[in-house]
Design a protein around this ligand. Structure first.
Ligand SMILES: Nc1ncnc2c1ncn2[C@@H]1O[C@H](COP(=O)(O)OP(=O)(O)O)[C@@H](O)[C@H]1O
Ligand SMILES: [Mg+2]
Length: 452
């Protein structure tokens, strides 16, 4: 635009000068004054041309430099975003980007205790899952825990955090890789539980592979990261399956970082009933063995294709419902040598189950859910057992008194259950040392955990 203006000014001044010379020629004839004016006019015209040429040359150079800078900047930006992606550094998204990606948060993938997760597609075509946490203090904590735990982790069996978004005084968002087959619960439990959700019956081989994948993910968190990471909410809803049914552990909202030299940490009770290790209820702290416990519970649910805690109705009377505690049944069947009776009936019907694998998984699961934390194996040991590098001994019997009362809270029969439980805990010596402190913050604790 500036160039155009300069050209117009130059052209109009040259034309004016030429007209002026012509007028001078006509009025002054070939006099001295005319030659003087003519000479001056031609000099000015030449100066204007020279100015135009110099200006043009200078502008060309400036434009070239500008375009060089621009392309360098663009390359740098591309390189930077590529490096961020490769290094797994989460990107900060603008709210508008997420709104566009999810088409105004239309497609709900799932809803947990703290967040809703929506499907989205980023502008570069990457499919994502956008987790929306409401603007509450508790959710803010979960957001921070999740970012702190997962931001720098790279493991094939852990969900990858691509980015985040914070709306001032509004919700928080976490952007994850989209995992196409959803959560494990839809693939092991009967569809009656959630008829509208996508899912099916996962074959035995795939269940076994999921068991390996989850064990590896937890072993990585417990043993191979700079600071130990406790997941603290291991359950089928937080295990996702990718397009080839490989397991990806997700939901680090309740996770906790633990120093390498710490053996236990004290935190308020969190997690989901039925998967919580007994030591949660003792005032002595928890460790990575609490994840091992939850893992054992998930293994049993995968084997049985049913929830560990369930209710069977006696006739039509709802008040006559009887609670069934599956781990106890499994333990009894193991002693009777009738392990195949606990396997998911659908798998038995479809065939192709390796009995040795069933026995191995059941044994590992029962080791993992030992009430004494120190009897449970570490996750790296579980990986070795499951992959056949070490033999799996038959697990010792366990009373399961603590886990039993966790179930009672699902449907308290009367107001006396809790004191009864606290007393049971104290006398049953869950962990000989721990039990002395176990007069239990149970009643408070139970009110703060999610029922599932
Ligand atoms: N990356 C993902 N890809 C596909 N589905 C997902 C993804 N993340 C979560 N979901 C779905 O959303 C549900 C809730 O997500 P989750 O992170 O566990 O939230 P919450 O913290 O509320 O429990 C999951 O059980 C799963 O069905
Ligand atoms: Mg969850």
């Amino acid at each position: 635009m500036e160039d155009k203006k300069a050209n117009i000014v130059a052209a109009s001044s040259v034309i004016t000068l030429i007209i002026f010379i012509i007028v001078a020629r006509v009025s002054l004839k070939l006099s001295h004054t005319f030659f003087l004016i003519c000479g001056a006019g031609i000099a000015v015209i030449l100066a204007v041309f020279a100015w135009l040429i110099i200006r043009r040359h200078y502008n060309c150079r400036r434009k070239l430099m500008e375009s060089n800078y621009a392309s360098e900047g663009r390359e740098l930006r591309i390189e930077y975003s590529f490096l961020r992606r490769v290094a797994g550094v989460p990107t900060k998204f603008r709210y508008k980007e997420l709104e566009d990606a999810t088409d105004h948060f239309q497609a709900l993938l799932g809803k947990g205790a703290s967040a809703s997760v929506y499907k989205g597609i980023l502008s570069d075509g990457t499919p994502v899952a956008v987790k929306k946490l409401d603007a509450e203090e508790r959710r803010e904590k979960e957001f921070r825990s999740e970012v702190a735990a997962i931001a720098s982790l790279q493991h094939v069996n852990l969900v990858r955090l691509l980015g985040y978004c914070c709306v001032p005084a509004g919700p928080r968002f976490l952007v994850y890789d989209f995992i196409s087959n959803g959560s494990l619960d839809s693939w092991i439990f009967s569809r009656k539980e959630r008829p509208n959700r996508r899912g099916g019956c996962l074959s035995w081989d795939l269940r076994y592979r999921v068991a390996v994948d989850v064990a590896k993910a937890l072993s990585y968190l417990h043993h191979d990261c700079r600071s130990r990471i406790l997941h603290l909410d291991v359950k089928p809803e937080n295990i996702l399956l990718d397009e080839s049914y490989r397991a990806v552990v997700a939901d680090f909202g309740l996770s906790k970082l633990m120093g390498k030299d710490e053996s236990r940490i004290m935190i308020t009770i969190r997690g989901t009933r039925g998967y919580l290790a007994p030591e949660w209820l003792l005032e002595h702290g928890i460790s990575e063995k609490s994840d091992v416990y939850s893992y054992g519970m998930v293994l049993l649910e995968m084997i049985g294709g049913r929830r560990n805690i369930s209710f069977v109705e006696k006739g039509n009377d709802r008040s006559q419902r009887k609670r069934q505690y599956f781990p106890k049944t499994v333990s009894e069947k193991m002693r009777e040598g009738k392990l195949m009776e606990v396997v998911d009936q659908r798998l038995i019907e479809s065939g192709g189950i390796d009995e040795r694998e069933v026995k191995k998984l059941v044994h590992i699961a029962l080791w993992c859910i030992q009430e004494r934390a120190r009897l449970r194996p570490s996750m790296s040991h579980v990986v070795d057992m499951i992959e056949g590098r070490v033999t799996v001994e038959e697990p010792p019997d366990t009373n399961m008194v603590v886990v039993d009362f966790l179930a009672i809270d699902e449907e308290p029969a009367n107001g006396h259950e809790r004191p009864k439980i606290a007393a049971a805990l104290a006398t049953k010596q869950v962990d000989s040392k721990d039990a002395s402190t176990s007069t239990c913050s149970y009643a408070n604790a139970m009110s703060s955990i999610s029922p599932r």
